[in-house]
Write a protein that binds this ligand. Structure first.
Ligand SMILES: Cc1cc2nc3c(=O)[nH]c(=O)nc-3n(C[C@H](O)[C@H](O)[C@H](O)COP(=O)(O)OP(=O)(O)OC[C@H]3O[C@@H](n4cnc5c(N)ncnc54)[C@H](O)[C@@H]3O)c2cc1C
Length: 289
């Protein structure tokens, strides 16, 4: 299928892109890597009259440290996230998630900001940014604002971004010494999207107890969520097999598990517990290294 006709705009600054969004309103769509939007346009599920291409706007991609935080530009590709030495050292959950996205073509073109703004319920990054306690920075006509990852994903393909806002960067706070992180997923065999994905960051104190935990879940429901029950079961407890199993049992709490061609509610509920246990075990093993 060919997309419906559209006008193409290539702004050279964020302000120019925002002006176009403000003027063209819901007739316009931002274009980043195109790996969610273009397929939707080809299926005519999206028929924007104007495309505003962000790829020629300088300063929107790259990974850097700012004080204690890590900052990832929205136009940074999945491959850049996957291969970043800085992220591998300081925030390995993101390279691990990025490396499991789709195939090399998708990872070379798709962007972290495009994925988060699209809010596909089976996307990988949403679980990771929730687990990490990241902030998503949006820029609009009134300037910049930071949105907590927990408050960003509102529902199926729906986020807290306003129609005239652009997601410009993702800010990840530093986690304490003794933290291990892992992302595990049960991938769809064709697309590699997450049937279930669990991101876990676990901090162990010197005595083997959990002092901090962040767990995000994607895939099974209509939006990514924080696994509050899992976190509450971990914090303050000795990080042994019994605690981890008890915590993993809480993974389905708060997830609006959906039945579809990939599995029933019962099956996905089971997968959530299994993949949560695996993510926690892997994170803990890394925390102890
Ligand atoms: C075959 C295939 C397999 C895939 N497998 C996976 C997978 O396993 N896991 C996974 O997570 N994803 C997967 N994806 C999706 C892929 O990761 C996309 O790249 C991603 O979802 C969208 O990023 P993009 O840069 O391509 O955005 P685009 O397609 O360009 O845009 C997507 C949406 O976000 C909006 N948008 C883009 N950038 C911004 C911004 N900075 N601010 C505000 N709005 C913005 C656009 O207007 C559009 O509505 C797959 C895609 C394909 C085609």
């Amino acid at each position: 299928m060919y997309p419906a006709q559209f006008d193409y705009h290539a702004p050279s600054t964020v302000q120019e892109a925002i002006s176009l969004l403000t003027r063209l309103k819901d007739e316009a769509k931002l274009l980043a890597g195109g790996h969610s939007l273009v397929p939707m346009m080809k299926f005519r599920l999206a028929q924007p009259k104007h495309l505003i291409d962000l790829r020629k706007v300088p300063g929107l991609s790259g990974i850097r440290e700012d004080g204690g935080a890590l900052v990832i530009g929205a136009l940074t590709t999945h491959y850049q996230v996957e291969s970043s030495a800085l992220l591998r050292q300081k925030c390995p959950i993101l390279p691990e998630a990025a490396g499991q996205i789709g195939d090399p073509q998708v990872r070379n073109m798709g962007t972290v900001g495009g994925s988060l703004a699209h809010a596909d319920p089976a996307a990988d990054y949403p679980a990771a940014v929730i687990a990490l306690g990241a902030e998503l920075v949006a820029e609009g006509p009134k300037g910049r604002r930071a949105i907590k990852a927990d408050e960003f994903f509102k529902g199926l393909l729906t986020t807290a971004l306003q129609p005239d806002e652009i997601l410009v960067e993702i800010r990840i706070p530093a986690w304490p010494f003794g933290t291990g992180m892992a992302y595990t997923k049960f991938p769809h065999p064709a697309s590699r999207f997450a049937v279930v994905g669990v991101a876990a960051a676990v901090t162990a104190d010197g005595k083997g107890s959990c002092s901090k935990a962040g767990v995000g879940i994607t895939g099974a429901g209509t939006r990514a969520v924080r696994a509050k029950g899992v976190e509450a079961t971990l914090v303050g407890k000795t990080l042994d097999a019994t605690t981890i199993q008890a915590a993993a049992e809480k993974a389905p709490e708060g997830v609006d598990v959906q039945a579809d061609l990939q599995g029933s509610v019962d099956y996905k509920t089971h997968l959530l517990k299994v993949y949560c246990r695996r993510a926690l075990e892997a994170a803990l093993a890394r925390a102890r290294k």
